[in-house]
Design a protein around this ligand. Sequence first.
Ligand SMILES: [Zn+2]
Ligand SMILES: [Zn+2]
Length: 338
Amino acid sequence: VSSELHVIDVGHGNCAVVTGNDWAMMVDAGASAAVIETVIHLGLTRLNSIVISHRDFDHARGLVQLLARESLEIGAVYIGADAAKNPSAPETANLLVALADAKRGGRCTVSRDLDNTFASTELSGGGVVVEVIAPTFATVMTGPTGRSPAGPKMTSNSVSAVLRVVLPDGLRILLPGDMDHVALKELIEAGVDLTADVLVFPHHGSLGTVPDERAFAADVMRAVNAATVLFSVGRAIKARPTADVLSGVLDVRPDVKIACTQLSSGCLGMGSDLPESPTQLGHLTALPAAGRSTCRACAGSITLRRPGMVGPVAAEHEKYLLATASTPMCRTLRPEVG
Ligand SMILES: [Zn+2]
Ligand SMILES: [Zn+2]
């Protein structure tokens, strides 16, 4: 297995798999069969670690199925405490029971201990370096519903893990989960280096709680300065990424390469016809993708290694996008285009 990072199309949600030399890790496990299917497709018998960036179910729901899959060895699961989650709500209770059983039975270690004091050797392996940039120690020790060191009250998103993965070929990928403006403010005020070559944009390109999405997106881009920005979105009535977020991204990097896992309703309205058969989506990688059978995929599941997005082939993805989308936002909003 070569060293790569795969951003899996799980619909609205996140899942990334990083493979190194005799080593693999997963970052987030969204709510899709594509999570387990990816483990099978890549032939993984062991995940050295699974990091759940934060406790929202579009990042955590797939963990229950991963733990239940006995043929998959798991080294360590990192998942935080969250006072905003009702422990007696059925789905949360289910997750907590699965984790407690795994911990008690020695299935894997389960740790709430993940913050920016980690040495970069802690999560790294197989030639891949994994840095923990957030949450900060003070944020973890407070948690959602508490006050951020930057001032405002924190949600589950404010405590999201922010990881930078550096592949052996040098490609740097920032996985910020659902980092919000509260978390970003804390990191920027502390002068933290957030730069990366590829960014999986936080919170699926739409932040309902951010007062000015365009300014937030521009702040993110100034801090990360990524040449490639990916959006992990499900096709839904609410267009994600929003036009404001895309505009903020393009304000800072007009030359940025953009790809979304599924086709945004901002690029093709929900009333419009999608391709009828998955065979018309020949540009997709062979990786499992939630939007393949439903033809909702745009870039689908994406493979990253130097120099950036190597699958799907950028030219093929663009050809599909231009043939399918009536208003491809990453084109129409680009300053020099329209
Ligand atoms: Zn979230
Ligand atoms: Zn999310």
